[in-house]
Write a protein that binds this ligand. Structure first.
Ligand code: AMP
Length: 463
């Protein structure tokens, strides 16, 4: 039984999809006016792991993510660079996919661009006008929040706060309520524009997500995720739009929000210019994708992550310990059938942790305990090939979700080097250190170095 913390109720609830084991899930994607940074990685990687876990438990998840490819920020960037807005949007969309691929974020079933859903957006605005929830101003069509009695039920407030996605509050003269937001903006000359029953215009920010979601899922679905900056006004506005249109509640059954990735205690963001891009991080960090996935997944999705060198170094050390352990397992030759390690207990503990609101830090703790116990048995030469097989199967299952345990560079070690390392170990065991040193020199000539660790030799390519 999986439990999730639902922002809507503020409580941990039993997870029961609307229909059997089918899960429709939507997570807010990027506004493509700049490169993706570590804050985006935080939200995208953790939802990637959550979806992969749900699938491993037999849920049939359709994971949809939008791409905001029409927005004030894109228009501004295009004007600054004197290029068409579409060029900016396409460029950064492409770079976003590249960063996601590098981070092994592969769970998304479909990416949906706002600009590919203009008819669906217009249809929603039409219905809101017809039902009396929307009104015309000089510069666009606005949503009247006073007409929607439940406005504020997600965020438990109706006014902005510092952490909100405030850059998108639509200011306009004549709004009926301060919090009213734009559904369809009148396009200024040179801006992106589409024809509509009213005037040439472009969509407001909140309406794209409900229009896309309605197309794929209908008027109600299971999970909506995003960073906590989006709770208000973005997700609040989505509820107001869709529940007003359909008359059905709740629009989304479970709302899941991630904590921020912060730097000097401030949210990492493009607007604050305090960001490290994913590409930059990967280019400067050895095994960066695994390191980044680990440092994200070792934190609970709802907790903030304060990003600094210390946590990167710690994650690097942990990745190294995985590599050493995996390599060590490969050297076990003991044929004995007796299983000394109760792998099913670890599997159970892992599942328990993940079922409890996707408690990834606790689940990872189970893996570290397993490695510690297995290393003790290895030291005493008490781990059998059978144990190794069971550990490897379990770790592979875990890695299909986490994506940082396997993949150490060592797997690329040429067979000749691997054979020399093995031979050298035999001489070391016989305490023939002179011969062992000879072989070390031979290995070095082939471009590799051997480190003798308490858990056995670790081989690295010389840079
Ligand atoms: P944006 O491009 O700012 O619209 O953000 C795209 C997605 O990344 C949204 O779900 C945001 O909530 C999330 N996001 C952006 N910055 C951060 C951050 N510093 N920490 C966590 N999530 C973030």
């Amino acid at each position: 039984m999986i439990k999730v913390t639902n922002t809507l109720s503020g409580k941990k609830e039993i997870f029961k999809p609307l229909k059997d084991k089918q899960v429709n899930m939507f997570v807010c994607g990027p506004t493509v006016f700049d490169v993706a940074h570590l804050g985006h990685a935080r939200t995208c990687v953790i939802f990637d792991a959550i979806v992969k876990y749900l699938r491993s438990q037999g849920y049939d998840v359709f994971y949809l993510q939008n791409i905001t490819d029409v927005d004030d920020k894109i228009i501004k960037r295009a004007a600054e660079e004197k290029v068409p807005w579409k060029k900016i949007a396409l460029k950064y969309e492409k770079l976003f996919y590249r960063s996601m691929k590098a981070l092994k974020v592969t769970a998304v079933s479909h990416y949906a661009r706002a600009t590919d859903h203009i008819p669906e957006i217009i249809s929603q605005v039409e219905r809101l006008l017809k039902k009396g929830y929307a009104y015309f101003l000089e510069d666009g069509i606005y949503y009247d929040i006073s007409k929607f009695k439940d406005y504020g039920k997600l965020a438990k407030r109706t006014k902005e706060q510092a952490e909100d996605g405030v850059s998108r509050i639509d200011d306009a003269v004549g709004k009926r309520n301060k919090g009213d937001f734009c559904l369809w903006k009148k396009s200024k000359p040179g801006e992106p524009r589409w024809n509509s029953p009213w005037f040439f215009g472009r969509p407001g920010w909140h309406i794209e997500d409900t229009a896309i979601a309605e197309k794929y899922f209908g008027t109600q679905y299971d999970i909506h995720g995003g960073g906590r900056d989006l709770i208000f006004p973005h997700h609040e506005a989505e509820i107001a739009q869709m529940e007003a249109i359909s008359g059905k509640k709740p629009f989304v059954k479970y709302w899941l929000h991630t904590g921020f990735l912060t730097i000097n205690k401030e949210k990492m963001s493009k607007s604050l210019k305090n960001f490290t891009s994913i590409d930059e991080f990967l280019a400067n960090t050895e095994d960066g994708a695994r390191v980044l996935r680990l440092l994200i997944i070792k934190n609970h999705y709802r907790s903030p992550i304060e990003f600094n060198e210390k946590i990167v170094d710690q994650a690097k050390r942990e990745i190294k310990s995985f590599d050493e352990f995996i390599e060590r397992l490969q050297r076990v030759e003991k044929k004995e059938q007796k299983n000394r390690l109760k792998i099913d207990q670890f599997q159970k503990a892992f599942k328990q942790a993940m079922d409890d609101d996707f408690n990834t830090p606790k689940a990872l703790g189970v893996i570290f305990t397993l490695i510690k116990q297995a290393n003790i048995l290895l030291d005493k030469d008490q781990l059998s090939k059978e144990d190794v097989k069971n550990i490897q199967i379990f770790l592979k299952d875990v890695d299909n979700i986490f994506g940082f345990i396997f993949g150490g560079a060592k797997k690329n070690i040429p067979p000749k080097v691997a054979a020399l390392v093995k031979e050298r170990e035999k001489y070391r065991e016989m305490k023939d250190f002179a011969k062992a040193d000879e072989l070390r020199a031979e290995i070095k000539k082939l471009g590799y170095i051997v480190d003798d660790t308490p858990h056995g030799p670790v081989v690295k390519k010389i840079k």
